[in-house]
Design a binder for this molecule. Structure first.
Ligand SMILES: Cc1cc2nc3c(=O)[nH]c(=O)nc-3n(C[C@H](O)[C@H](O)[C@H](O)COP(=O)(O)O)c2cc1C
Length: 237
């Protein structure tokens, strides 16, 4: 599914949509009392058999220049608008137990030199079982997502191979060229790279270019929440 936004640029791509719907593993959960289209509450049964709302969505992210942080905070705002709790956490500052208490995880990572953020890879390798048990999604932030989605998809495929984690939902978001924040060498390297890449990337180093399509980010967050919609009696996957 490709979402077109803004000036018709294919910069937000949903690689993999929510399963229909995302459900916790069989036996862990049951949905009750909601009508189709109602976002919640999604209800799980905890180990003691009590019912509790799924409301704590964790949004850990790895960023270098800060654009992924902005996207993660925006995702958190959308989640909160829909009545859930959301916590966006920079993995540089996070402890070991970053996923403790999470009912669902939306993991964000920027791309540098063709790779996802190291902290994100480490988190996935250490917490793969939890990520496979919980409803989870990945958003990958790069310049390739703006004009070279094949390359952006390749980054994700390589990340999945390296970590062994295959998130049920993946989105590719265009990042930013923040020339005014880069040091001298980085600024000139990025200008050279921008010239050679598809997507008509900006090369005026006296200003910044933000390519993130915020409508697409909102749609991704809302699709994820839709995937948490209560089980109305279908077969569990
Ligand atoms: C040094 C450097 C290397 C980058 N390498 C890539 C790359 O290999 N592929 C790509 O698509 N984007 C690349 N980018 C673009 C970043 O993914 C983009 O700027 C993104 O917004 C960075 O996210 P962050 O601000 O959260 O770190 C690079 C950016 C920088 C500054």
């Amino acid at each position: 599914m490709v979402l077109h936004h803004g000036e018709g640029v294919k910069s937000t791509r949903l690689l993999r949509g929510p399963p229909s719907p995302i459900r916790p593993p069989k036996g862990d959960a049951c949905g009750v009392g909601a009508t189709p289209g109602d976002l919640g509450p999604y209800v799980v049964r905890d180990p003691a058999g009590r019912l509790a709302d799924v409301s704590r969505i964790c949004i850990p992210y790895g960023t270098t220049e800060g654009q992924t942080a902005k996207i993660a905070e925006y995702v958190a705002d959308v989640v909160r608008e829909h009545g859930h709790e959301a916590r966006a956490v920079d993995l540089k500052d996070a402890g070991e137990d970053v996923l403790a208490g999470c009912d669902a995880v939306i993991l964000g990572s920027s791309i540098h030199m063709g790779k996802h953020d190291k902290h994100v890879g480490d988190l996935v390798r250490k917490n793969r079982a939890a990520l496979e048990r919980l409803p989870s999604a990945l958003f990958s932030v790069s310049l390739a997502a703006h004009g070279d989605t094949h390359e952006a998809e390749t980054y994700v495929e390589e990340f999945e191979e390296e970590t062994g984690w295959r998130p049920s939902m993946v989105a590719l978001f265009s990042g930013a060229l923040l020339y005014t924040q880069y040091g001298f060498l980085k600024r000139h390297m990025m200008k050279r790279i921008a010239r050679g890449k598809p997507g008509d990337l900006g090369t005026d180093t006296s200003r910044d270019y933000v390519y993130t399509e915020w409508d697409g980010v909102r749609r991704f967050a809302e699709d994820f929440l839709d995937g948490l919609a209560p089980d109305t009696g279908g077969t569990q996957q």
